[in-house]
Design a protein around this ligand. Structure first.
Ligand code: ZN
Length: 155
């Protein structure tokens, strides 16, 4: 995409989101950052620049808080483990230059990291395995009847 098209796309994102809640824009440029095209992120960032936040949202720690928050709304049973996974990633060198996306895909927690770092990949893999043994609502594990991410009790 050339610069002119990039700017046009970005301007239309700005126009469409000018009144979007600050919390939503912050989520978009942090925990959901790699789910958007780069022109959309630039648009969200321009709007946020105009709102003059009094704190730094571009830190690994803040990203962790936002991704935990993003999941804890709908999948509280997984929140503690997602926090643990993010702590391990940060301790082992993950930073904001390494794209990371996470989502619930048909009831299973899926996380992707764009890096060749084997340690970071292993942390993702082992934590996803662990999380997927747990009910996304109550966090119960070891229940063989978990289906679509939800245990029998919570269904
Ligand atoms: Zn449950």
């Amino acid at each position: 995409m050339n610069q002119v098209d990039f700017n046009l796309a970005m301007q239309s994102v700005i126009k469409d989101h000018l009144n979007a809640p600050t919390e939503e824009l912050i989520m978009n440029v942090t925990a959901s950052r790699w789910e958007y095209h780069n022109w959309a992120i630039s648009g969200f960032e321009k709007i946020l620049e105009g709102r003059k936040l009094s704190f730094d949202i571009y830190t690994e720690k803040f990203f962790k808080e936002k991704i935990v928050e993003k999941f804890s709304r709908s999948y509280p049973g997984w929140a503690d483990d997602i926090r643990k996974m993010m702590n391990e990633l940060i301790e082992n060198g993950w930073n904001l230059s390494i794209p990371l996306t996470a989502k619930n895909y048909h009831g299973s927690f899926e996380c992707y990291i764009d890096t060749n770092d084997i340690i970071l990949q292993k942390i993702i893999e082992s934590n996803c395995d662990l999380i997927n043994l747990k009910c996304s609502r109550c966090g119960l594990s070891g229940d063989e009847y978990i289906s679509d991410g939800v245990c029998e009790k919570c269904r």
